[in-house]
Design a binder for this molecule. Structure first.
Ligand code: MG
Ligand code: MG
Length: 262
């Protein structure tokens, strides 16, 4: 069942999503070699609750094991998604995807950004840049009259043209009162295929892109997803509302990118 949102609901979604952007910017302020992902997690949870919201990831159910223990997913280097915060200090040259979800006034925010920790190589920067470009190419397609497959195709072709792997097992999604609603938004697909995009459809678009092969596996903690070849992976995510002519991006990287220079 696909729920199109009213203008009022879209504003609630925007509020929840802007809080995600602010939270990620707070984390960016302390992100440097030596910081642990648990420290990031504690800061995120405090910041989200101080703003009257709930961290939706905390206690998120898992069909394969225990619920998610953290308030953010911190996926380092070869981890693609769903990394559990831990006590290992981040090192110079690491990359970390921080995926964050909030619930505010009953509506969900969901956005992710991949950060370089200290200095990284040009090869790593190129992966980050291309993955973010792919996200915006997907968003360009998220307009009334196109189809989900147009978004998927735009993301996939941009990443594969640059020689990267496009993860298949995890996808974007509708979003509203629930973090994951219909329809699914894959990062691979065919133009002109899939659900027709209508005004008020709110979706999270989230390319998960690897430097090597697209194959992945699940870590023994039953959450972390890692590339099989242990090459690094990047993940960027925006929540958007489909509109005529141009999508309305409800989350924001603006405050994050005021802090970093990547
Ligand atoms: Mg997310
Ligand atoms: Mg998502």
């Amino acid at each position: 069942m696909i729920y199109l949102k009213t203008d009022e609901e879209v504003e609630f979604l925007r509020e929840a999503n802007l809080l995600v952007g602010k939270t990620l910017a707070e984390l960016a302020k302390i992100l440097k070699p030596g910081v642990t992902t648990r420290e990031l997690d504690v800061l995120a949870e405090t910041f989200i609750r101080d703003h009257g919201a709930e961290p939706t990831f905390k206690g998120f159910p898992n069909p394969y094991g225990p619920p998610f223990p953290g308030s953010i997913c911190t996926s380092v280097n070869d981890q693609v998604v769903h990394g559990i915060p831990n006590d290992r200090p981040l090192q110079d040259g690491d990359i970390i995807s921080i995926d964050c979800g909030t619930k505010l006034h009953g509506y969900c925010g969901d956005s992710c950004y991949t950060f370089a920790v200290g200095e990284v190589s040009e090869e790593v920067n190129a992966l980050l840049r291309t993955t973010k470009e792919a996200l915006y190419k997907g968003i360009e397609q998220a307009v009334v009259g196109r189809r989900i497959g147009d978004i998927s195709y735009a993301v996939q072709t941009h990443c594969e043209a640059n020689g990267y792997g496009v993860v298949r097992e995890f996808v974007g999604h509708g979003i509203g009162k629930e973090m994951h609603e219909a329809p699914q938004v894959p990062n691979f697909g065919r133009r002109g295929n899939g659900v027709m995009l209508k005004d008020g459809l709110c979706i999270a678009i989230e390319p998960m892109i690897t430097l090597g092969s697209k194959e992945i596996y699940m870590q023994p903690d039953r959450w972390g997803i890692v590339t099989r070849d242990h090459k690094i992976a990047a993940h960027y995510e925006h929540t958007i509302c489909v509109r005529k002519g141009k999508a309305d991006i409800l989350s924001s990287f603006e405050e994050i990118e005021e802090i970093i220079t990547c």
